[in-house]
Design a protein around this ligand. Structure first.
Ligand SMILES: *Cc1c(COP(=O)(O)O)cnc(C)c1O
Length: 383
């Protein structure tokens, strides 16, 4: 019998989440981020499920765009990091993907490739503007001259995008500074523009973007049910409820569940320790359940004692160190826990974001670093 630990990817939930985001987007276009294997959920099945519901896809690198096209995805695909070299430029032109360009060096390579006749000028280019993230992008003051250069290459549809560094906090000086620069650079710009990731979409007041009607939203994490704002982290928030600051609170549901079953149970006396290094000591006689999941399965080794684990529908604390293949949970206060009782590590009963907080990281990291050895059960939409 295979070990009971497995991932469930529910594409019906992904579809429902996309519809929720459609509702929030109003008349704006949606570019679904499916980079990093769709945040660990499997890029192909997710892109296929999403294609009828979104206007475009966003990936990080050229190889991901190639994979999507080979699988038959025909909607526009934006490559967020743009081309690394001439081969990438030719590949993206061939695949009819949208490139982002973020630097003069990239633009020069593009210029040369067009001048050599290796490609015809792409119809669309997304110009990445650095409004304060300071990772990628050209300075706001260079936008008019670069737009001119791109148009002189025969690229008429130049679009602008920027990325917010701290969209979870709309009031922060950093976000305010970025929005000011963005509004300045997009004012009078006639092309299409794109500002918001998941956190921006859920936390920034509606209509923050000057050109809302032409705006492209770029949600990633929330499509998969990740919770970005602190409110959502504390518990479920009804869909589409507007709070007093006119920010839209939302809930999308977890597409992924990491589930297992109890493999062993024992009782230990007060004073005994559990796991490597004897890091946790029982203060009373305790019942300890062992679960066959560990850091070799992507469960974070840094999860501290007290990290919640759902056993038989109840929240029980992780105790002791996470091993490669197993964890131990204190089920003293949980009734009816036996070998084979159901276990959830994260999913609809327990947000991955909450586990991540106990492990000193974010849900994004836990989702994107799941290893091959975890079996995946994909639940498909029957419509
Ligand atoms: C990954 C990414 C997104 C999506 O971000 P989420 O936080 O997952 O919504 C949007 N824009 C850019 C530039 C990205 O790199």
């Amino acid at each position: 019998m295979p070990r009971p630990t497995h991932l469930t990817i529910d594409l019906r939930v992904l579809v429902a989440n996309a519809l929720t985001i459609r509702g929030l987007a109003k008349n704006r276009n949606i570019m679904a981020a499916v980079k990093a294997n769709a945040y660990g959920h499997g890029m192909m099945p997710c892109a296929e499920a999403l294609e009828p519901l979104v206007d475009a896809f966003a990936v990080a690198v050229c190889e991901e765009a190639t994979q999507l096209r080979s699988a038959g995805i025909s909607k526009p695909i934006l490559v967020l990091e743009g081309p690394f070299d001439k081969a990438d430029i030719i590949e993206l032109a061939h695949l009819e993907c949208w490139m982002a360009v973020h630097s003069f060096e990239q633009i020069t390579k593009l210029q040369t490739t067009i001048a050599e006749g290796a490609i015809v000028p792409p119809r669309v280019i997304w110009l990445k503007v650095d409004t304060g993230m300071h990772r990628l992008g050209v300075s706001p003051q260079d936008v008019p001259s670069i737009t001119q250069i791109l148009r002189s290459l025969g690229i008429n549809d130049v679009r602008l995008m920027t990325h917010l560094a701290y969209a979870e906090s709309p009031e922060s000086p950093l976000t305010q500074r970025q929005l000011q620069r963005w509004n300045r650079v997009t004012k009078g710009f006639t092309g299409q523009v794109s500002l918001m990731n998941s956190a921006g979409l859920t936390n920034l007041p509606d209509g923050q973007n000057a050109q809302a009607s032409e705006d492209w939203l770029r949600p990633g994490y929330m499509l998969y049910g990740g919770a970005i704002d602190s409110v959502a982290l504390e518990g479920p928030v009804p869909t589409g409820v507007a709070d007093s600051n006119h920010t839209v609170s939302y809930t999308t549901r977890a597409v992924m569940e990491l589930n297992s079953r109890v493999m062993a149970i024992r009782s230990i006396d007060a004073g005994e320790t559990v796991g490597y290094g004897g890091r946790w000591q029982a203060s009373r006689r305790s019942r300890i359940a062992t679960i066959p999941v560990g850091y070799g399965d992507g469960y974070p080794r840094t999860a501290d004692s007290g990290t919640p684990v759902i056993v038989n529908g109840m929240r029980c604390p992780l105790v002791g160190r996470v091993s490669m293949d197993m964890i131990t949970v204190d089920v003293t206060d949980c009734s009816d826990v036996n070998v084979d009782s159901s276990v959830q590590l994260w999913g609809q009963q327990l947000a991955v974001d909450e586990v991540a907080r106990h492990a000193g990281t974010i849900g994004y990291e836990l989702l994107t670093r799941l290893p091959e050895r975890l079996p995946r059960h994909i639940l498909v939409s029957d419509i």
